[in-house]
Design a protein. Sequence first.
Length: 130
Amino acid sequence: MPMYALREAAELLGVSVDTVRRWADAGRLPTTTDPAGHRAVDGAALAAFAVDATGPAEPGSSTSSMRNRFPGIVTRVVRGDVAAQVEVQSGPHRFVSLLTREAVDDLDLHEGDRATATVKSTNVAVEVDR
């Protein structure tokens, strides 16, 4: 099983290294010592923590069959005659959605609005660095 440095774990969880250190110090995220004597997180433990950290949906939130939800901010709205393009920045992730102009107008979307990009796909490519 791979081991992750605290910096790598922070990047994968989308939080700061200080947050990962606090979680580790509090016993929420189990760590071990790597051969160089630095704290590290076991890949299986990190995966389990990432799943547990998502927790249940917030009260009052909408329900959907789509589980990949990325809360963020609308950074761009381009309205055409029939279609529109909306960009949402969620942490380091940028999502671009093409939808009808009518839908964008109904949602009254503008730059700076809070929005959640929800993703459902039958094809997802996965890359790993080796």
